[in-house]
Each structure stands twice: as C-alpha cells, then as structure tokens.
Design a protein around this ligand. Sequence first.
Ligand SMILES: [Zn+2]
Length: 454
Amino acid sequence: MRIYDTSRNEINGKTVCMARMENHEDVLVAPEGLGFQGEVRDGSVLAPLNHENACALRRLFPFTAPTRVLTAPRSFGVGDRLGLACPGHLRVFRKYDARPVLVQQSIRELDLTGRRYEDVLDCVTFAVFREGFKDGFGADGDHLKKPEDIEYALGLGFTMITLDLSDHIREDREGEIAPYREIYLNRVFDVGEGQTIRFDEASLKKCAGIYGPALDFAVEMYNRFLRDGKYAADFEISIDEISVPTSPEQHFFVANELTRRGVAFATIAPRFIGEFQKGIDYIGDLSRFTAEIEVHAQIARHFGYKLSIHSGSDKFSVFPAIGKATREVFHVKTAGTNWLEAMKIVAEKDPGLYRQTHAFALAHFSEATKYYHVTTNLNNIPALDDLTDAELPELFRNNDARQLIHITYGLILQNPALKRPLYELWAREEEAYAQAIDRHISRHLQALGCPEHK
Ligand SMILES: [Zn+2]
C-alpha cells in the first residue's frame, strides 16, 4: 500500500493517514481506539471510506468538517455530482483567494444521481483529509424548498442553506399593497453612490403580488431553523429560478422586507436579465446586463450582503462585469461544468465509451428536459458517425452538445451499463481530471477578477 504524504496527521502523538491499497481503494490507517472501524492489520485499523469513519474523522480533525465561509469577501461553490472532483477543486482554492463551498447539492441533483447528503459530505471530508487542505470549506443545502430537507442538511452539519422561494413566487401577479403602502409608496430610497430606488403604485403592486407569500415563507423558515443561532448556518435567499428577471425595485423590496422582519441573510440570488443556462456562456444583451448588475451590486452593498450568482458555470462573457460591479465581493455557484469536464475526459480517453454515452443521451434527451430549462437544438450537434475519435473532445465547444450531456447526467448515471465503466475510467484518469478541473475552474476565478493568495 502507498501512503498519501499530505494526509499524515497526528493525534495524541499517533499518526492517522490515508493510503491506497493494492486493490486501488483508499482506506484510512489509524491506531486502534480512536473510533475507526475496520480490519486490524499489524496493530493498525484499515478503515474503509464509509459514513461512520467519515464521522470519526470529522470529530477528530475539525478541518474535515464544514465551516461557515460566506462572510469572506469571495466564496465559490463547486457542486460535484460524481464525488470525484474535489482534489482538482482544492488545487484551485490553494491558488485563489476565494473560500470554497465544496459540498453543494440540490435535492434534484441528489435524486438524479441516487446520492444522499451523507455521501456528498463524506466524499469531501475524505478528499480534504487526503490532500491536507486545512483552510476550511462550506456545505450548502442548495435550492431547498421544504422544511424537512432543511432539517436534513442542518442535522448533518451543513453550514449554508439556500432557500429556494420559487414555489411561493407568483410570477407577474399584482398584490394588495395595503401592508406596504406607508413604507414604500412614492418614496425614494437612496442606496448610495447616486443610485436610488422608487416605488410607484404599479411597481409596488407587483412586488407585493410576486413576492408577498414567498417572503412570509422565508421568514417562517428562518424563524424555525436559524433565528437565535438554533443552527449555525449562512442563509441564502434564492429567487433566481423563475422566468421573469428580478427588477432592481423587486430586489430592494425583498432585501428590505427581510431586513425589516429580522431575517439575517448572507446572500441573495436574483434572476438576472438574459439567460443563465446551465453549462454554457451567457445568452443576452451584455450592455444591459452590465448596467443592471451595477444596480443589483449596489443594493447588496447598501444592506451589507453579497450577491449570489447561480448557474455560474462557464459564464465567461459576464464574469468581468460581475467582478467589477461587485468589487470582487461575491458568491458564485457552479455545478454542471464539473460534470462536463469529467465527460470531456471520457471523450479524450475512451472514444468508444463516449460514443455509447452520447448516443444514450440523445435517445433520452426529451426525458431530461423536464428537469432543466434549456433551449438546446439537437440539430446543431454533428452526427457521431461524421466525427473521428480525435474530434470527439471538440463537441465540448458546441453549446448544444454541452447541454445535451449536461442535462442527461441523471439518466446516464442511473444506467449501470454506463455508470460502471465511466467510474472505472475516471478512477484510472484521476490525475487528468484533477488537472482539467484546476484549469477550468481557475479560468472562472480569473475572469471574475479574484486575486491570488499572497
Ligand atoms: Zn439557482
């Protein structure tokens, strides 16, 4: 067996570390009596990477447990649907001065990948231990909509809750303005730096109608789980998964109502103008986006929270504007692009397996569109038969091909005939995947203007 040098840690003068066994599996190697379970060999416990041993590791070595990271100027979420991307991500955050949220998954992603929050968290615990990453990481229960899901995540020690209000948002509805009239109607709010927000009757009716019940729900969830430090977690308000962009007045209204009602939150994720589709660059009017993000960023600064940018995978054309408007104070979430990088490795290393997976994705595309909003045109994807093996990786420059592979991840991973050989390949190509993730996510941070560590 081969010991990972970066994993050596002392406790009571004894060493706990991780090793790769002859069968290519990783195990913890620990003295007896520390709470690790496993086969004992030469006086050491060879503890498999299961949930019980992850819990023991988190108890003994707090750097392997999640911590709150959203109060830092920059934080960056990297959803890892496969449980394989973490070593690559750690290379990124050793370079860039942004705090990572390494555990980040929605219930939809858990359902589609057949994983539980325990699995997602444990993968990260083992990876940070193996790599000796001691700077801390966050764990985000992403896009949660139900109290039982919030409780599930918090019970496992998650340090961030992203409350998705979309089930309570009533798009384009006008509401009763009576409860808000005195506070808002015909008043001008100065949010600083020459930016003002004003509400006339029409805009206030919309705010009340669209967000009224959603705000009540947010207050209820906050009071139930987070008020008075019941659980210590950062609170994010997500209003991004709706079809109508959040106007500056609506953004201000949501922030002001939450503040007025005593909700402490770290971030708000508005729905920006244009399209933030998964795994491809921004679609829309860049100059309008740039003008609006300036106002959104100023509103966030005025109240003292950070803007959160969702579906941040590959939005290279808008990253400079986001970095500039927020003055490099932001939270950005990515997920799909980590999966796409893994599939690109397949295209590079095992063309036959890639062709098989791609054909399966094409056959199941329409099934997958019920989970994700995309505008993919399959006719824009070259036929596999017209491509040489060497040309397959080029498909990852094609937006329609990217989205095809992006949204079908759940169906691909639910198919054992694909899942098994894919995981075997990724295990063999661990170093290539870590390099690809490092390169690709580093480009995101660079484009956002994130400084490097001094
Ligand atoms: Zn979102």
